[in-house]
Design a binder for this molecule. Structure first.
Ligand code: PGA
Length: 258
């Protein structure tokens, strides 16, 4: 059971999915449901991460609704000759309150390093965005017995010392659980989240207040069990966030005892 009640965050990472119409419809359905049914939704906060080019349109649906919006990545520069990049400032101007950094798909497909993530974090915070910093080991690393060390190094190097803890959320996402239907075991999640919580507490002022999300094949039927684990403060949901009903079902079971 959790020893510390934090606001539960359920975040939907849409990745490179949806037509524009589908994104707008999904945002509309989720925003209205959350707005109209606060009594049955047990999560405290909601955030949606559409593809960049859908953000402005999704913003029209979530504006003035109890649902935040964010980018799936950002540059560490505010502007300049960076073809294909999008800055934190640009996201903020579109109404984003958050940004995901260091997702394993960016680390794998774009060679994103911890150092790059830490520079992006600084820029995001300077522009008023809250960062969801993703960390997690590959199957190879886990099988080699290196999971804890890998995750700890990612955390140490991706979140600079002196970071404002109130602007950070950490997401533990074992790479082998993302999009595979394989969820980490309760023991895996408990051990990893507890190590991450200990590290954050040591590293930053108010580090103990940082929420730690779990991500990797979260579905309505496994969310409740995961959320009962100490130091699991919500979810970063991929596949199941592309359907309003399953995203909402996850938010319904997302509760902790006081
Ligand atoms: P998944 O993705 O829920 O589809 O496993 C999670 C993520 O990549 O954030």
């Amino acid at each position: 059971m959790n020893d510390q009640r934090k606001n539960i965050l359920v975040a939907g990472n849409w990745k490179m999915n949806n037509s524009l119409d589908e994104s707008v419809q999904l945002a509309n359905d989720i925003a209205h449901f959350v707005h109209d049914n606060p009594e049955i939704l047990l999560a405290d906060e909601f955030a949606l991460f559409p593809p960049y080019v859908h953000i402005a349109h999704v913003g029209e649906k979530v504006n003035n609704m109890p649902v935040m919006m964010g980018g799936q990545d950002c540059s560490f520069e505010n502007n300049g000759a960076h073809t294909g990049d999008v800055s934190a400032q640009m996201l903020q101007e579109l109404g984003c309150e958050m940004v995901i950094l260091g997702h394993s798909e960016r680390r794998q497909n774009h060679g994103e390093t911890n150092e790059a993530v830490s520079k992006k974090l600084v820029s995001a915070h300077e522009n008023g965005l809250t960062t969801i910093v993703c960390i997690g080991e590959t199957l190879e690393q886990r099988e080699a017995g290196d999971a804890f060390e890998v995750v700890l190094t990612q955390l140490e190097e991706s979140v600079p010392d002196g970071t404002d803890a109130s602007k950070v959320v950490v997401a533990y996402e074992p790479v082998w659980a993302i999009g595979t239907g394989k969820v980490a075991s309760i023991d895996n999640v408990r051990d990893m989240h507890s190590m991450i919580a200990g590290c954050l507490k040591e590293k930053l002022d108010n580090g103990a207040s940082i929420r730690i999300l779990y991500g990797g094949s979260v579905k309505p039927d496994n969310a409740k069990g995961l959320l009962e684990i100490n130091h699991v403060d919500g979810f970063l949901v991929g596949g199941a966030s592309l359907n309003a009903q399953s995203f909402i079902e996850i938010a319904k079971v997302a509760t902790k005892e006081e």
